[in-house]
Design a protein around this ligand. Sequence first.
Ligand SMILES: [Zn+2]
Length: 85
Amino acid sequence: MCRDLARIASDYIDGELGTGKVMSVKMHLLMCGRCRSFIGSLRASIELMNAHSSQQLDEDLVRRIDERVSESLNARRSGNDTSDP
Ligand SMILES: [Zn+2]
């Protein structure tokens, strides 16, 4: 059962397990301290990973927005130049 739990632990944390499996996982966690700490550390590392990846995404998004803004500024400037010689 501990091995089964390790296999489905990430699905359990992501909330992708059916109700029956979630119940059996919770029952096992009630009885098994080792799996409780395993789930706890796995959840912490997954949350850390998610936070890290979203931070990277934000940095990328900010850079893209910056590029887009400077692009539109250049386009507007050149547009002004052609419409108002
Ligand atoms: Zn266990």
